[in-house]
Design a protein around this ligand. Structure first.
Ligand SMILES: [Zn+2]
Length: 208
């Protein structure tokens, strides 16, 4: 994973995740959302340490992040924390506690705890339709992995077709060609890919 950091993007008008292209006294960075390249000067602003509870798979861990005082944090926001292995991880805010109440948004300085989900890698859950039975499959994928309705995916020796996706925020994606990030998936409904195209291929050694 390339080095990632947060910076204010004037194009997006928001604090977004950036990819570091070149370090130094002025960083050259690219906004992940709008792909704009700009330079930033790592600043020293009044900041505050925030308690973050990060869940990943079935486990949770505590960490702290430093944020600018007055900055608003909302559920659904994504930011970078250091993982247990020291690698940066992208997490998405799922809940915020401010003055002992659960809120959707709050300013840094007014926040007791932030709950977040690690979306750098997520557990992809698949219901594979085998006709009479449904086989559940689970495996870890990068959160940024794109799944496309109607497209084939491979897991070990299984090639399956994504038919429908249950989304985390409710509802389904089913229209052919629709793209969904793995981090937004609740469950994938799939069927085995047919191997017809491979059978149609003629073997060169047989044709004389
Ligand atoms: Zn941007």
């Amino acid at each position: 994973m390339p080095e990632i950091l947060e910076a204010y993007c004037s194009e997006c008008g928001d604090l977004t995740i950036h990819i570091l292209l070149r370090g130094g006294s002025n960083h050259v960075v690219r906004c992940r959302d709008c792909k704009t390249i700009h330079t930033i000067t790592p600043g020293r602003e009044r900041s505050c340490r925030l308690r973050v509870v990060v869940s990943r798979g079935g486990t949770t861990r505590r960490c702290t992040i430093t944020r600018r005082v007055g900055e608003e944090i909302c559920t659904g926001d994504e930011f970078v924390v250091e993982g247990v292995d020291g690698e940066p991880r992208i997490v998405r805010v799922t809940s915020i506690e401010s003055h002992e109440r659960r809120v959707r948004c709050a300013e840094v300085g007014e926040i007791d705890t932030v709950w977040a989900r690690d979306v750098s890698s997520v557990l992809l859950k698949i219901s594979l339709n085998l006709g009479a039975v449904t086989k559940p499959i689970k495996y870890m994928v990068p959160g940024e992995k794109e799944l496309v309705i109607g497209r084939e995916e491979r897991y070990k020796n299984i090639v399956y077709v994504v038919n429908k996706i249950k989304l985390r925020d409710g509802g389904f994606a089913w229209r052919k060609g629709r793209k969904v990030f793995a981090k937004d998936v609740k469950r994938v409904f799939a069927s085995l890919a047919t191997d017809k195209p491979r059978q149609q291929r003629t073997h060169p050694e047989k044709s004389l």
